[in-house]
Write a protein that binds this ligand. Structure first.
Ligand code: C2E
Ligand code: MG
Ligand code: MG
Length: 262
């Protein structure tokens, strides 16, 4: 328990000192042969300047209610990046932002996010919200209301971590999902397990039949990129192209590589 309290205080301090940062990881379109979007991934910088990964603070933020403030901060920073105009100039049409289920159970979420987008003067279509279904969900009605409202506003949605056991087919049917993100573990299994390979081939057909797009996460090797491209996966994300990096580094990467990878 003291450890949890300690972590909560560190998160509060980081929020107060503006040490919550947003890194970006490029997402490559296999049909357009260029980078068309990016995922925003939160980082906390400690007092010594060291980066803390989300796995080390998101669970505590979720259980203490601080996730709302972190989510708002991340969302505002992403809106600011888009407002600057450099993303669109580089061909980055939208940014994917992770939403915790806990955030979705706050009845003010949709109107707050719509207000933030308005205040930055950005098109909601420049935002794709990633959701992960988990067993933690308690207030399904509020969650669905938020998703529907944000979808109506013009934001699109991705179902994150598909294939991890937390996300399943039922959610694709029920939620206003435009993109399905295959988790890294499923991608790895595709190359090592014959059954996964078969299953993925059918699932991809099904998702495409539902007019949804697919992102493969965690792609690290060129043979994976080639195979997934052949399989009809629409978008590729992973260390093969780039790790998540700070915005300036991201811009430099896109300037250098946009159009250079075919
Ligand atoms: P996620 O949304 O599924 O994000 C993908 C994770 O996979 C990221 O880890 C990314 O760095 C990592 N990844 C991407 N490509 C590769 C690869 O080729 N190889 C390997 N080994 N890993 C790869 P990260 O940044 O540590 O984030 C972990 C999780 O924390 C995210 O998983 C997401 O669930 C959560 N998270 C991150 N940012 C936010 C946020 O702003 N809000 C909320 N609520 N959750 C966030
Ligand atoms: Mg994600
Ligand atoms: Mg994921």
């Amino acid at each position: 328990m003291p450890d949890k309290v300690n972590k909560q205080q560190k998160i509060r301090d980081a929020l107060n000192d503006d040490r919550i940062e947003v890194f970006l990881q490029p997402i490559y379109s296999t049909s357009e042969k260029c980078f068309v979007s990016a995922e925003a991934l939160v980082r906390m910088r400690d007092r010594e300047g060291k980066i803390v990964s989300p796995g080390d603070f998101i669970p505590v933020a979720e259980s203490s209610g601080l996730i709302g403030q972190i989510g708002d901060r991340v969302f505002e920073k992403v809106c600011e990046y888009i407002q600057e105009g450099v993303m669109i100039k580089l061909g980055i049409h939208y940014i994917e932002v992770n939403l915790s289920i806990i955030q979705c159970e706050d009845s003010t979420l949709a109107s707050r996010y719509a207000g933030i987008m308005r205040s930055y003067g950005i098109e909601p279509s420049a935002i794709n919200l990633e959701i992960t279904e988990t067993g933690q969900m308690q207030d399904r009605d509020t969650l669905m209301q938020n998703l529907k409202m944000l979808h109506k506003t013009g934001c699109t949605f991705s179902l994150d971590d598909f294939g991890t056991g937390e996300s399943n087919l039922n959610y694709i049917v029920e939620m206003p999902v435009d993109i399905v993100k295959f988790d890294r573990t499923m991608i790895l299994s595709y190359f090592s397990n014959h059954k996964t390979k078969l299953m993925m081939e059918y699932v991809i057909k099904m998702i495409k039949g539902l007019q949804m797009k697919i992102v493969a996460e965690g792609v690290e090797e060129s043979y994976q990129l080639e195979a997934l491209e052949k399989l009809g996966v629409d978008y590729i994300q992973g260390y093969y192209f780039s790790k998540p990096v700070a915005k300036d580094e991201f811009v430099t990467f896109i300037e250098k590589n946009q159009g250079a990878i075919a």
